[in-house]
Design a protein around this ligand. Structure first.
Ligand SMILES: Nc1ncnc2c1ncn2[C@@H]1O[C@H](COP(=O)(O)OP(=O)(O)O)[C@@H](O)[C@H]1O
Ligand SMILES: [Mg+2]
Length: 354
């Protein structure tokens, strides 16, 4: 549930609430201090924190409809409004897909791709969660205008259920690291969270940092993924750079048949689709099951500037076909997790880091 918070420390809100400070935006309840009484909405439940003094009396005079609460009462009241925001554990979930974004550097469109795919899946009724594993620069929560109290750094302390924030129908996020201290997360903690989320959600979309290959703790997460979207910025295409995608992913345990290519900032006048696919297959003798271009997204500069971080997305339409493709996989019979076949041989410079 989305809550407008005014003049109150965000940390008093129960985990799982989506917080906004924009009175012009959408929200389903308000939590405020007495100082904001004159500006409070009348269309949704309003909770004002008790001060224990004359200010409480003044609040009741001006707005008899608001509920004056202590911090403990607030938590209980908000829980009543949101009986169960976390989808139930579905042990017999027929199939669940883990999907990650991948690129060899930042600013390529990994986060935009992860968000647009997730929005498109959620719009189809597929229960979806985005986990922000860009440890250095998490920005998924920011896109949805959510100001999380805590994120991945509290995983072991609170459990993933307490980190889930609902941002749309059928769409939740697990915010990335918050706070000033960047702790290195253990590989096993990250794989466990993906597994736990797979028990609850039909699709788990993982947003990743630039060059995940350099982050040893992410290797096993990639190995678990059913699908990896390798994002290439077509406007800056380089054969040499692109040729590293398949090998680095393979080194982390991603079979090339699980890679799908996204051409971002696509322009038909630039390097052709075949040449990009050729770069992905460079160095592989067996060209069967090599990655193919699945999504082309044109440059949308003005729209992006206008809508950036307002929870709107201008390129979601390019993901609809892909979301249909994934939704079809969800209803087909569950296949055994694909193992990396021994016929793939790693180039010697890519020894797997432990
Ligand atoms: N096709 C596009 N056209 C215009 N701007 C884009 C496009 N794709 C991404 N951007 C913008 O480029 C910036 C970087 O994109 P982002 O998805 O955050 O990349 P990454 O996650 O790889 O760092 C963002 O401001 C985003 O809005
Ligand atoms: Mg990003």
């Amino acid at each position: 549930m989305r809550i407008l918070v005014l003049g109150v420390d965000h940390s008093i809100l129960p985990p799982g609430c989506s917080i906004t400070s924009d009175p012009g935006g959408d929200f389903e309840a308000v939590v405020a201090s007495a100082a904001h009484i004159d500006t409070l909405s009348e269309d949704v439940p309003v909770f004002v924190l008790k001060s224990g003094g004359m200010a409480d009396w003044a609040v009741k005079q001006k707005r008899p409809d608001v509920t004056l609460v202590s911090i403990d009462e607030l938590q209980a009241e908000l829980k009543k409004l949101v009986p169960n925001e976390v989808p139930p554990q579905i042990s017999d979930l027929k199939k669940s897909l883990a999907i990650a974004s991948y690129a060899n550097k930042g600013g390529i469109g990994k986060t935009s791709s992860a968000i647009n795919l997730a929005l498109s899946l959620a719009a189809r009724g597929v229960n979806t969660v985005i986990v922000d594993m860009d440890f250095g620069a998490p920005d998924v929560a920011g896109f949805f205008d959510v100001n999380p109290r805590r994120g991945l750094e509290s995983l072991e302390e609170t459990g993933v259920d307490n980190l889930l924030i609902k941002v749309r129908n059928n769409l939740w996020i697990v915010p990335g690291m918050t706070g000033p201290y960047q702790r290195e997360m253990e590989a096993s903690v990250l794989t466990r969270v993906v597994q736990e989320l797979k028990n609850r959600f039909q699709t788990v979309v993982i947003d990743t940092p630039p060059a995940p290959w350099e982050k040893a703790n992410l290797h096993n997460v990639f190995a678990m993924c059913d699908q990896v979207y390798a994002i290439v910025d077509q406007s800056k295409f380089s054969t040499q750079e692109t040729a590293k995608y398949t090998v680095t992913l393979l080194a982390m345990g991603v079979d090339p048949s699980r890679i799908r290519i996204v051409l971002n900032r696509f322009n038909p006048k630039l390097m052709g689709i075949r040449q990009v696919e050729k770069a992905f297959a460079a160095g592989f003798k067996d060209k069967r099951n090599m990655p193919k271009v699945a999504v082309c997204i044109p440059e949308q500069w003005e729209d992006h500037v206008k809508d950036a971080y307002k929870g709107k997305s201008t390129s979601v339409e390019y993901w609809h076909k892909e979301a249909d493709f994934l939704a079809r996989q969800l209803v087909t019979e569950s296949k055994e997790t694909k193992e990396v076949k021994s016929r793939w041989r790693l180039p010697s410079f890519l020894k797997r880091k432990s």
